[in-house]
Structures are given as structure tokens and as C-alpha cells.
Ligand binder design. Sequence first.
Ligand SMILES: C[S@@+](CC[C@H](N)C(=O)[O-])C[C@H]1O[C@@H](n2cnc3c(N)ncnc32)[C@H](O)[C@@H]1O
Length: 304
Amino acid sequence: MERSGTTWTATTLRDLLRPPLPRRPPAPPVPRARHGPIGMRSAPISPLDRSRLLRVGAIDIVCSIVNMQLWWMGVTMLQGLNWLQEWHLYFDQTNFIFIANEPGTVKSKDDLFTLMKSRDFIQKYVDLIEGQEIRNIVEFGVFEGGSLILFNSLLKPKKIVGIDLKLPLEHLDGFIKERGLIDNVSVHYSTSQSDNGKVSGILDREFGGEPLDLVMDDASHLFEHSRETFINVFPRVREGGWYVIEDWTADYNDGAPLANLVHKIVDMGADHRVLNQIVINANFVAVRKGKAQVTAADLRDRLA
Ligand SMILES: C[S@@+](CC[C@H](N)C(=O)[O-])C[C@H]1O[C@@H](n2cnc3c(N)ncnc32)[C@H](O)[C@@H]1O
């Protein structure tokens, strides 16, 4: 595993997701020889020697405890994502509970967060971004804060910003304060993803012009909203960064289905200078930015 600055490489993530390899417990400390060569008679121990030996013994014990501690830290880091159940992940001293169909009934509390991404879904994200440096992240659609906090724990980005229409979530804000995450995690409530002016202001302030490495749109899943967000935010993604539209099969009978946006984006993909790669699976469509600078006006034309 490697960590550069505060960012884990994604190789680490892959390691983290692998089932833990059985590890041998550390060898017990070898007792120091306290006798002369075998066959020689031991000399009687003077009180001074006895106290020295006791001191050495005590130091040995402390060293073994420290070694055990380091070994255990290594094991837990390697074990990484500790799925206690298919729907229950314990990571970074936090419980994450995947709730599929009943989002209204389960609230985050204490060190427990509900999230709307399954184990398989999270694995797909890990496969997508492994080996890449992910420093700046935006998530549209925070719900109870589960995936925001999980991505922060997993990727240790410089900054992750959540944007949601909701009113402030006391629990999430409290957690961010308690865990000292104020500089890394910030949440903007009462903000619609389609309010381009407000969203732009937030991104300007939060990232100060730095490009984005990962954008996750998991908000309204409506065609118009999602298109506005793409037009507004995709130009901020760095070359090689990812823009992900989740649950793209959603169709709320409220205008066009979200899949229409995906068709339009795929059409645009013919120009590989703009889109370098498109990954589509059952959970999301991920678009990787190409070399070309693209403006919101360009995108508005192309996605009309
Ligand atoms: C599917 S949930 C997000 C789940 C979360 N990302 C997770 O994985 O745990 C959708 C969220 O989008 C928010 N939302 C709905 N319409 C929105 C809009 N127009 N702008 C911003 N957020 C919106 C909802 O309040 C809700 O919290």
C-alpha cells in the first residue's frame, strides 16, 4: 500500500476490497539468553544484575506490546473494507448501512450512516478510479451523508463537497465537526443542482479554481436537472477526471427519461478530444474528460 501526501493510491483501494488474507500472528519475542554458553555453570546473580535484568525484561515487554500494536494496525489497514454483512460496512471507525428501497425509514445517527450504494456499486467506483489521484470531489445528492463520508474515508481527498436540496442535516454537520473534517468535507444545503449560478459560486469558493477529479451526480435524476449540472460542471473536470451520472435508468415520468441524456453524451463521445472514455454499467454512466477545453456554451449546443 502506498500513500502520497494524504491520498491513498487506488491500488490500495483494490487491496482494501480484497478479502483479507489469513495472516500469521507475529512470532513471539525471542527471550534473551540469560545464561552463558550451554554446559557452563551460571554464575550467581548479584542484586545489581537482578535489577538490570528486571529493567531489560520490562523493556522487552513494552517493545512486544508496541510490536503487537503496529502489527494489528497493519492488519486492519490491509483488511480495509470490512463488510460485516452484504449491507453493512465498517470502515474508518464508522458504520455504513446500505438501504435499498426504504430511504425514508433509516436515519444516520452517531457513528452510523445510511447510504444508497450497495457493496457492488461501491466496488464499481473503486474499479473505475483505482490508480488515479482523486483530490477534489463533488457529490450532488447527499441524502443522509453516507456516501459523502464513505468517499472521504476511502479516498482521503483534499476536499469533498456535497450539494443537496435538503435542509441542514444536524447529524452530518455534527459528525464533520467531531471528527475534525471541517477542512475536507463541506456540505451545502438548500441548493438545487440545477441552480447553475449558486452551484458555480459554491465550487469557485470551495476549490478556488482547482479542477475536479471526480463528480458524482446522484441528485434528482431528472433529465433537465442532470443536463444543467453536466453543462455547468463538466468543464471544471480535469483532463482524465471523471463525471459520473448515477442511476441513469431512472424515469420519473417528468419530462424525458435520464437515459436520453446518456444517449446525447454518448453521441458527443465521437469527439474523443472532449470525452476520452465512457463506462456504462447498471449503476452509472461515467464520462472521462479528454484533452480539449470545453465550455458550458459548447456543451449546451451539443446536448440540445
Ligand atoms: C438518491 S439520494 C442520494 C443518495 C446518496 N448519494 C447516497 O449514495 O447515499 C438523492 C438526494 O438528492 C437530493 N435531491 C433531489 N433533488 C435535488 C436537486 N434538484 N438538487 C439537489 N439535490 C437534490 C435529495 O434531497 C436526496 O438527498
